[in-house]
Design a binder for this molecule. Structure first.
Ligand code: ADP
Length: 461
């Protein structure tokens, strides 16, 4: 607004001057056509008079003899110089009283134009004269107009400008306030919430509002909060589990090492028993650490599924072979009911799933019980089941067994390598294969762990 005001003050005078000169040209052309026109009527004369009044000009037309033949009314009033003494060159005269002097000047220089000073208003005025020749006679058109805007006119424009500026500034303030409310304040709120988040408060909720960019930001931040909160839970979980699961075997190892040192060192039988415990605990620790590494790799997506065609029956038989020692030790009756079937999947990973299912069935069944592994294949899908007659799982525990570190019986026989990670690993692998999986179990009767793969995997790629 300041710039606009400045331009207005600086430019108003040259602009006005320019406009005046153009106006004189237009009026002169109108008058000329009026004189040259043979059938001029009242209307034409009236409209010519109106242009004169409307344009802040005074005009007069004389004939060759200095007779006033047209003197329309004007709006200049006291400013009009036609009946005031003026000085042009050396001469001082009044046009209305001595028109011939003016006609003389026009004859010398046609069109004639000069600036004179109005004593009355201290304004520069333009005096313009032109000879118009018609078939019948010569006429002399004399026009007069101020070249500068009168002070009151400038004041009026500036006043008007000040009002407009005040209104514009007021509206701009309102708009700015509105925008500040709608944009800045939610962003400030978000910043506060983000600060809370940085302090570890994961319950923050980022508010949305009607601007889609702010909504996007809010939902991205909510998403980030969610993920951070999960990572935080995972971290707490991990620390709790690791400290528990690693601390117990370490305590055992330390205790037995001390026992060997202080008591059983010289007794080979006892020493061997104690060393066996140490070895078993070390083995457990080893398995725990490698299971943790495996699961974290699977969950972070570092390991990709390397699919290939392989026979699921053969893979299952290889797993059985790996577990054969445990099977014989536990005197388990293993029934294999396996359809031949080629699947398109990651053999090593699926074998790991079968291994985890089967080793669980062994772990959680009594010695001498029956375990059945079954593969059923049809055109569309392959289903593998590991059925045991073991402890079974209570309905309350059932939804959690696939979670990391979940163990139904926290104190159950640690030495049989129960890390609580086996099913979580199986779940991650099966989900990476987009397989369906599940468990049916009844407490005291046994469990059936199963997964199902679509056979059209085979055709893929
Ligand atoms: P773990 O290393 O403890 O076996 P898993 O993730 O393999 O960990 O299993 C989680 C829990 O689910 C086990 O602690 C156990 O309580 C229960 N579970 C798994 N398989 C069976 C099964 N075949 N029979 C009974 N309970 C089972």
């Amino acid at each position: 607004m300041l710039l606009l005001g400045f331009l207005l003050v600086v430019l108003i005078k040259p602009y006005y001057r320019n406009d005046r000169i153009k106006t004189i040209d237009v009026i002169s052309a109108t008058m000329e056509s009026l004189l040259l026109n043979d059938d001029v009527d009242e209307k034409d004369i009236e409209s010519a008079a109106r242009t004169v009044i409307g344009n802040n000009v005074c005009a007069i037309i004389y004939n060759e003899n200095g007779k006033n033949i047209y003197y329309p009314p004007d709006s200049l009033g006291q400013l009009c110089m036609l009946d005031k003494p003026i000085t042009v060159g050396e001469e001082l005269f009044t046009i209305r009283q001595e028109p011939l002097k003016m006609i003389e000047l026009i004859k010398r220089e046609n069109p004639f134009s000069t600036t004179i000073l109005s004593q009355y208003a201290d304004l520069e005025m333009l005096l313009y004269g032109k000879q118009i020749k018609t078939n019948l006679a010569n006429y002399y058109l004399i026009l007069n107009t101020p070249l500068e805007p009168v002070e009151s006119y400038i004041d009026f424009i500036l006043n008007q400008y000040l009002y407009i500026a005040a209104i514009v500034v007021f509206i701009a303030l309102l708009v700015a306030l509105f925008l500040a409310r709608r944009i800045s304040s939610p962003i400030i709120k978000m910043k506060d919430e983000a600060n809370k988040l940085a302090q570890g408060d994961y319950d923050v909720k980022f508010e949305t509002n009607s601007f889609s960019e702010i909504n996007d930001l809010a939902s991205t931040l909510d998403d980030a909060t969610d993920k951070l909160s999960k990572v935080n839970d995972l971290r707490k979980d991990l620390v709790a589990n690791v400290s528990h699961d690693i601390k117990t075997p370490l305590t055992m190892i330390k205790a037995y090492a001390e026992m060997i040192k202080d008591i059983s060192g010289d007794d080979p039988k006892k020493r061997n028993e104690h060393l066996d415990v140490i070895l078993e605990e070390t083995e457990y620790l080893n398995k725990l650490v490698s299971d943790m590494a495996e699961l974290s790799k699977l969950q972070s997506g570092v390991i990709e599924v390397k699919r290939d065609n392989f026979d699921l029956r053969e893979a299952t038989e290889k797993v059985v072979l790996l577990l054969s020692k445990a099977i014989t030790e536990r005197d388990t009756e293993l029934i294999l009911d396996l359809d031949d079937c080629v699947v398109y999947a990651d053999e090593i990973k699926l074998s790991q799933v079968i291994y985890n299912f089967l080793s669980n069935a062994l772990k959680y069944s009594d010695t001498g019980s029956k375990i059945k592994v079954r593969i059923r294949a049809d055109e569309e899908k392959v289903r593998l089941e590991v059925i045991d007659n073991g402890n079974g799982i209570s309905p309350e525990a059932l939804p959690y067994i696939w979670d990391r570190y979940y163990k139904v019986d926290k104190n159950f026989n640690r030495s049989v390598n129960s890390t609580g990670l086996g099913l979580a690993i199986a779940k991650a692998i099966l989900e990476a294969h987009k397989a369906r999986y599940g468990v049916e179990s009844k407490l005291g009767e046994g469990s059936t762990f199963w997964f199902e793969l679509d056979r059209d995997y085979e055709e893929e790629n």
